[in-house]
Ligand binder design. Sequence first.
Ligand code: DC
Length: 224
Amino acid sequence: MQKIIVAIDGFASTGKSSLAKRLAETLNYTYIDSGSMYRAVTYFALQEGHQGHIDKEKLLAKLDQIEIYFKYSKSGYQTFLNGLNISKEIRLSEVTEKVSKVSKIIEVRELLVTQQQKLGAKKGIIMDGRDIGTVVFPKAECKFFLKASPEIRAKRRQLEQIKAGNNESFASVLSNLKERDLMDSTRKFSPLTKADDAIEIDVSEMSLEEVYHQLLEHISKKII
Ligand code: DC
C-alpha cells in the first residue's frame, strides 16, 4: 500500500495530537508532534534564561546545541532533549506561556522545519502542528485543519492538565489559549492558517471518536 504524508493542523486543544497518534497506530505510520519540538526549544531557552525570562540572543547562540528526538515506549510518546526525557516538563505552564514567543523566532522555525522535513522524507508519517500543510509539507497528500470554540478547547486543556497533576483555573487556561491563538495566527513567519487544499473540520460538537472516524475515512481514500 502506498505511504503518504498526513498533515493535521489547527488551533491548540482541538485533539490534534490524540487523533494523530491514534491514526498513526492504526495505519502503522510514524507520529510526530511538532508542537513538542517548539516546546522542547522553549524549555531549553527557559533553562538558559533567567527567572522565567528568555534571552533570545543567548538562545540563538546555542541553537546548534539542541538535539531533539522521540521514543515510543509502553508509557507512550516521549520527547527527549539532549538525552533527557522532558515529556512532562514541556507540558508545564511556564513552557506553555512562553512557547508562542519562541515559535515566532525565524531561526527556531527554520531549524525545526528542516528537522521535520527530514523525518517525513520516507513518507508514512502523520504530523500535527500549525504549519505542517502550509510550510513543512505543502505537498502532503492529505491535510486537515481542526478548529473549535475557545471555551470548549479550554475545558479540554484544563481536564488534561488536571490529569497530569497541574491545577490551573479555567479562566487562566482560557486566557492563555486566546493569547496563543492570537500570537500563532498573527505572527510574521508561518502563521497558523488553513492550507487551501486542507479539509476544515469544526470539532466543537464532535467526540474524538467521531473526528477519528472522519479523518480515517478521508485518509483511506488517499491510500487505496
Ligand atoms: O500543539 P501545541 O499546543 O503543543 O504547540 C505549542 C506551540 O508551538 C503553539 O502554541 C505554537 C507552536 N507551534 C508552531 O508554531 N508550529 C507548529 N508546527 C507546532 C506548534
